[in-house]
Write a protein that binds this ligand. Structure first.
Ligand SMILES: Nc1ncnc2c1ncn2[C@@H]1O[C@H](COP(=O)(O)OP(=O)(O)OP(=O)(O)O)[C@@H](O)[C@H]1O
Ligand SMILES: [Mg+2]
Length: 550
């Protein structure tokens, strides 16, 4: 659409205002884009704490407007972005700026977008490009009482997930002008209904043998217990870890929207679906920076920890990660959120993933394996294990040895039906339903067993005499530290839930004991003569050998 040739000379100063917004973290700050124009020596001034991408809007907006047959070179243009003391970032203000300039120049009827949010980046040809963060922006706008929004067409699927606000997808500046001028009408989006999706990752049926590993994944998913996989190279640790996400229950609408908002702000949302409708799986490379892993930056962005929110965060080759990055995970894992403080503002990103770690337990990888002999020098082994130490390990409920599967089992298992992700996910769902029922009945405030407090466990995981005796024996024989106690009870509660048992029994405690192979306080493998023989299913022949160097 071409605008009519300029016949009107604006008075001394013609003003126009359009509402747009900028994000800080996941929070929308509404921005009034105010433009003053007058004929005179060309200049363009922008006030209001604009970051580089906003300042560069001038170039994109002038070019887009020139496509309409109008040059801004004859005008002195002043732009104020209010509130002036909030930092504005990104290119999402472009579209509002262009509309405000056209209104000030009286090329568009005044107030054509009044009461609506206008966001989108402009291409030089006037096309409207997608921007990150449309979902949290619209959510914020709806909460602020705004009833309509103009958003880039490529963000339409995402925008359609927000109810309670009329959304017009816009493909070009020309299209928006025609709508505002009343020449054509943009059609409003229809709100999409949410259909959760099961995770489509690889299936556990492809993993031969490894019954202990599969069992540990099931327990981890059922109680949301963080998990450490230890084993020699090629044992299948990564293979198992990548299949954990397939055991998680589907996302509720609320969970899906939370996770989508994080992916949207990070610019990672798939534009065709516009929603994260299955638990996410994130496996950052070990070279990831601290900010990349945890989140942060000048304009705060979520890190891998938040991108895995409601899904799985897999740190493969754990010891290769920077120590500082792993240390930085500690507090957010505890708080289940990442807070980024900048000047006077704080951005908060939720971060509640299930964490799975994988590493070799020593240079040769066999230490702790029930089937192979460790060939490492004890000193080298101790140094290696010490690297595993630290606060992160202390937050891991399950430590599991994954031995190499021999060729014989690989072949034999091929002829038998291996448990599939669907089989195990059904058991996880049943165990989770038990936890949810306890929460409903007010027996526990925790959504997952991994978050239950000692008081709650005393109510929900009361031990009988035999179990208590087994636990005491574990403490004295294995030298478990006090902090292992609560973690152990939580895992025992989950195992009992998987067993559909109201009471935690000796066999549940026995199995839970076997998943505490490492003592995080001293970082040593726990001794091999195991109390678990009294209470644990036979699959656990995995007690690591005693190491004199420890
Ligand atoms: N139990 C198994 N069933 C089927 N295939 C397996 C099994 N274990 C290993 N494999 C095969 O071996 C490959 C290597 O496994 P994987 O990468 O998971 O080992 P890893 O323990 O992570 O090793 P590394 O310590 O070197 O990272 C897999 O891609 C798979 O093809
Ligand atoms: Mg691996």
């Amino acid at each position: 659409m071409e605008l009519a040739a300029a016949t009107f000379v604006p008075p001394a100063l013609a003003l126009a205002r359009v509402t747009s917004g900028t994000l800080f973290g996941l929070t929308l700050c509404l921005v009034e884009v105010e433009v003053g124009c007058r004929r005179g020596p060309a200049h363009f001034q922008l006030a209001g704490l604009a970051e580089a991408a906003v300042r560069e809007a001038r170039i994109r907006v002038s070019s887009a407007i020139s496509q309409l047959g109008l040059t801004l070179e004859e005008y002195a243009i002043t732009v104020s972005l209010a509130p002036a003391d909030v930092r504005k970032s990104g290119s999402g203000l472009d579209l509002a700026l262009a509309v405000a300039i056209l209104e000030a120049l009286q090329r568009l009827p005044a107030g054509g977008t009044r009461g609506a949010l206008v966001v989108g980046e402009l291409g030089l040809d006037g096309s409207v490009r997608p921007i990150p963060g449309v979902l949290p922006m619209l959510d914020g706008a709806r909460r602020a009482g705004i009833e309509a929004a103009f958003v880039p067409k490529d963000n339409a699927q995402e925008a359609a997930r927000v109810s309670g606000i009329v959304v017009y997808p816009v493909q070009s500046l020309q299209e928006l002008i025609a709508h505002v001028a009343g020449k054509t009408s943009l059609s409003a989006l229809t709100h999409s209904t949410y259909l959760p999706r099961a995770s489509l990752g690889p299936n556990l049926a492809e993993v031969r043998g490894q019954s202990t590993g599969k069992r540990a994944l099931t327990i981890a998913a059922a109680g949301r217990h963080h998990l450490l996989l230890l084993g020699p190279p090629g044992a299948g640790k990564s293979m198992l870890a990548r299949r954990l996400v397939g055991l998680l229950p589907p996302l509720s609408l609320e969970e899906a929207l939370e996770t989508t908002a994080l992916h949207s702000v990070a610019g990672l949302l798939d534009k065709s679906s516009g929603i994260v409708d299955a638990p996410p799986f994130r496996a950052p490379h070990h070279t990831v920076s601290d900010v990349g892993l945890v989140g942060g930056g000048g304009t705060p962005r979520p890190g891998e920890l938040s991108l895995a929110h409601n899904g799985v965060l897999f740190l493969d080759e754990l010891l290769e990660f920077r120590r500082s990055a792993l240390e930085a995970l500690r507090q957010p894992l505890e708080d289940q959120k990442v807070s980024v403080v900048r000047a006077r503002a704080r951005a908060v990103f939720p971060a509640r993933p299930l964490v799975v770690l994988a590493t070799n337990p020593c240079p040769c990888g066999n230490y702790g394996s029930p089937r192979a002999q460790c060939r490492c020098d004890p000193g080298a082994r101790s140094r290696y294990l010490r690297k595993l130490s630290g606060p992160l390990l202390d937050r891991i409920d399950l430590h599991v040895h994954i031995p190499r599967v021999d060729v014989e089992s690989l072949r034999r298992d091929g002829s038998e039906r291996s448990e599939s992700s669907e089989d195990l996910a059904a058991r996880v769902a049943a165990a989770r339903a038990r936890q949810a029922a306890r929460k409903r009945q007010g027996m526990s405030r925790a959504s997952d067993n991994s978050e239950a407090s000692l008081e709650e466990l005393e109510r929900c995981a009361r031990l009988d005499t035999k179990s208590t005796r087994l636990l005491e024996a574990a403490f004295s024989h294995l030298g478990l530290s006090a902090r292992s106690y609560v973690r152990l009870l939580r895992v025992a509660r989950t195992i009992a839930d998987l067993d559909d048992e109201e009471r935690v029994q000796e066999r549940h405690v026995g199995e839970a004991i076997c998943y505490r192979t490492l003592d995080p306080s001293e970082v040593r493998m726990l001794p091999s003569e195991s109390v678990s023989q009294r209470g644990r299913p036979p699959s656990r022949a995995q007690r690591p050998p005693t190491d004199p160097s420890d």
